[in-house]
Design a protein around this ligand. Structure first.
Ligand SMILES: Cc1cc2nc3c(=O)[nH]c(=O)nc-3n(C[C@H](O)[C@H](O)[C@H](O)COP(=O)(O)OP(=O)(O)OC[C@H]3O[C@@H](n4cnc5c(N)ncnc54)[C@H](O)[C@@H]3O)c2cc1C
Length: 311
């Protein structure tokens, strides 16, 4: 409950324009802990550094809730460009996209959803380059459309080229997982980062954590590929025990973490022979992503304030 109050306070304050202006102008030095620079070149360099430690990357151009056709198309072009640049630099073009950033919810002339059309181009490019696209999950009003679009993309491109995300804080996610089973989908399981009403999302952290374990275990037992995306030590330890006791091979799952969070644990897991992939956000539009990271952990507010005072 306290957790929820803290998150709602930070995310509420973060939406105020003067706060945004202040943080944008003074906190870039702090944001760089979580964001791999503002350009595709810095992101690819960060991916190469991680690769030297045996860690894979998931490139994410920051930006969301775009509401013009032109901006959504420009955004999609930038994602296509980084896929090509990564492949040329010898980095597997594994990207995450937020459908809202490429036009989801905007209907274009032929009655189709722009987000879906752009996602098709990006997933098609991933298939041509031997890459992968994960459709991030955003706030709850987008879940139905995202899952429907995911289903259509898997039908066209197969489940080895496109995956999506389920959030354990949503009451609906266990039913959603079962409903996707026929696709044998590649799913990333996360706890959920948005401020959601109690009518749709569990308010107690213990319930969210229990739901997280259930989702991971059920997806593994169904024989599907799971991206265990968390920094939670106790969940990671339990997953390690679960795979041992159920004979789940290391090729059927990977651990995923966010850039700049628990680097020690990322390296340790990679050294132990697990596949580890780091979500590498980059780009000029880092503010919303950064606010969600601060809202996840009270200690991060002090970290930001100290960083801003240092200039
Ligand atoms: C690879 C990846 C992709 C994601 N994609 C999505 C998505 O598509 N949609 C979505 O809603 N959410 C997404 N998330 C965010 C996720 O929902 C959680 O908000 C976030 O991962 C924090 O939860 P946790 O599982 O790490 O557990 P928590 O219980 O929140 O944290 C466990 C421990 O991790 C460390 N930690 C966690 N967060 C931070 C932080 N910000 N700063 C410093 N330490 C921290 C702390 O040591 C903490 O005690 C993603 C997360 C990851 C790792």
């Amino acid at each position: 409950m306290l957790n929820r109050m803290y998150r709602s306070t930070v995310l509420g304050v973060a939406t105020q324009k003067p706060i945004e202006q202040l943080v944008r102008s003074r906190a870039w030095n702090v944001a760089q802990r979580f964001v791999a620079g503002e350009s595709s070149a810095t992101a690819i360099a960060a991916a190469q550094e991680l690769a030297a430690d045996g860690i894979l990357s998931n490139l994410d151009l920051l930006g969301e809730f775009v509401n013009s056709v032109e901006t959504a198309n420009e955004f999609a072009e930038k994602i296509l460009a980084i896929q090509n640049e990564a492949a040329a630099a010898g980095v597997v073009p594994y990207v995450s996209i937020k459908l809202s950033s490429v036009g989801q919810g905007q209907t274009v002339q032929n009655g189709e959803d722009l987000g879906y059309l752009n996602a098709r181009r990006i997933v098609g490019n991933a298939r041509a380059l031997g890459g992968f696209v994960c459709l991030d999950m955003e706030d709850h009003p987008r879940v139905d459309q995202t899952l429907a679009q995911f289903r259509a993309l898997v039908a066209e491109f197969g489940n080895k080229t496109v995956g999506t995300v389920l959030q354990s804080y949503l009451y609906r996610s266990e039913a959603d997982r079962t409903g996707l089973d026929d696709l044998h989908p590649n799913l990333r399981i996360v706890k959920g980062a948005y401020l959601e009403p109690e009518s749709v999302a569990m308010p107690a952290k213990s319930d969210v954590d229990a739901s997280y374990r259930r989702l991971v275990y059920a997806h593994m037992k169904a024989g599907n590929y799971v991206n265990v995306a968390t920094h939670d030590d106790s969940i990671i330890d339990d997953v390690k025990m679960f795979v041992l006791s159920h004979g789940i091979p290391k090729t059927q799952f990977e651990f995923q973490m966010l850039y700049g969070i628990r680097r020690d644990l990322q390296k340790k897991l990679a050294t132990e022979g697990f596949t580890v992939r780091v979500y590498l956000p980059y780009g000029r539009d880092w503010y919303a992503y950064f606010s969600r990271r601060i809202a996840e952990r009270p200690a991060n507010v002090m970290f930001v304030l100290r960083g801003m005072l240092k200039g």
